[in-house]
Design a protein around this ligand. Structure first.
Ligand code: ADP
Ligand code: MG
Length: 345
């Protein structure tokens, strides 16, 4: 836990959120919690309702995130954990009402991403050892283990949902919403703050974030990390955010091990059952954080050749893909807004 806390704080430092202060010092309320496997920072600026109201809004948002974390954990006794227990030996199950809307949305996103975002890959995440931060593998799993895992990964794209009844193609599934849950959670936290009358805020979950309003009278300004550099200089580009925009990045530097000179990371290509090979990082900007999160994972898997088609199918216009060879593929709409901070390699 200490290690992952340290990792998470480093990660937050690296994907620094930058803001400029106006001459009048802004009032700021902040809080950090550990949830969803990462350090989550809440910041509220210049709230007319005052510091006490800001703290109350942050605390309500933080509590919602903790509840969300428990509900969406793929293992254990939360709602998703219990659903997965049933799916271990059955191909159908009753979905808890609090999971239903997001599962329906995930089925839709799975389909429109052409199956590149697919929460059905949970058994493969376990086979590759990325479900356990503390015990990463030192070499790829044996072919037989992978074959068994693949056989127990019915695609969520093919799920049939009738009311609360979910039917998958085969038993054995371990549904894993790790690629979209952080987006949904950040969106919920922001919605809670908005409902509490907060106009200027940012929720930053280990570099994945959503912002509302402005920072000290200027747009919130965020950095996009260089997937191969460390330290505070590791920002390749900066971007000013409009009200409500979220920025989500999937990278091969978050959770990985190296074996025989090759990097094996936590973003699985559902078509091969192995870590996706065509990207180093994928960033999506959108006002819907769950979409931004799922789409960044799909973009990573898509790689440069399929990026444009997959982003169009998902309705994403603002994206940046840093390919496996370091080449940068930026959408025209993002190119018009981004400020590069280094020379593209
Ligand atoms: P991060 O969690 O680092 O922000 P992502 O949003 O891309 O990155 O989510 C990666 C997580 O999602 C993995 O740890 C795994 O649990 C799950 N996952 C991996 N590959 C896929 C995929 N192709 N589709 C859906 N979920 C995936
Ligand atoms: Mg994602």
């Amino acid at each position: 836990m200490r290690q992952s806390l340290l990792g998470a704080s480093l990660c937050v430092l690296l994907v620094a959120v930058l803001w400029w202060r106006s001459p009048a010092e802004p009032t700021q309320s902040k809080r950090e919690i550990f949830a969803l496997g990462t350090l989550i920072q809440f910041t509220i600026e210049n709230s007319p309702a005052g510091a006490a109201a800001s703290h109350a809004a942050i605390n309500a948002a933080a509590q919602a995130l903790q509840n969300f974390d428990q509900r969406w954990s793929p293992d254990g006794t939360g709602a998703l954990g219990l659903l997965n227990q049933r799916l271990r030996s059955a191909s159908d199950a009753t979905v808890a009402i609090e999971l239903l809307p997001d599962i329906l949305r995930a089925v839709e996103l799975c389909r429109s991403s052409g199956g590149l975002f697919d929460p059905g890959i949970g058994r493969l995440v376990v086979a590759w050892g990325f479900d356990d931060e503390q015990n990463f593998r030192s070499e790829p799993p044996a072919e037989s283990l992978l074959a068994n895992a693949r056989a127990a990964c019915p695609s969520l794209c093919l799920a049939r949902v009738d009311g609360q009844h979910l039917r998958l193609d085969s038993p054995g599934a371990r549904l894993d919403f790790g690629a979209s849950a952080k987006g949904r959670a950040v969106g919920q936290a922001i919605a809670i703050m908005r409902a509490a009358g907060i106009a200027n805020a940012i929720v930053n979950a280990g570099g994945d974030l959503q912002a509302i309003g402005r920072a000290s009278g200027r747009a919130w300004r965020v950095g996009i990390r260089d997937p191969r550099a460390d330290g505070e200089q590791a920002i390749v580009a900066a971007l000013n955010l409009a009200d409500g925009e979220a920025v989500f990045t999937s990278g091969d530097y978050e959770r990985y091990f190296e074996y025989a000179g090759q990097r094996y990371h936590h973003i699985i290509d559902p078509r091969t059952g192995a870590p996706a090979v065509d990207a180093r990082s994928a960033t999506v900007v959108h006002t819907d954080p769950m979409l931004a999160d799922a789409a960044s994972t799909a973009l990573f898997v898509a790689g440069p050749k399929q990026a444009a088609a997959v982003m169009q199918a998902l309705g994403v216009e603002l994206y940046l893909l840093i390919a496996a060879d370091g080449a940068r593929l930026v959408s025209p709409a993002l190119q018009a807004r981004i400020e590069w901070l280094d020379d593209p390699r």
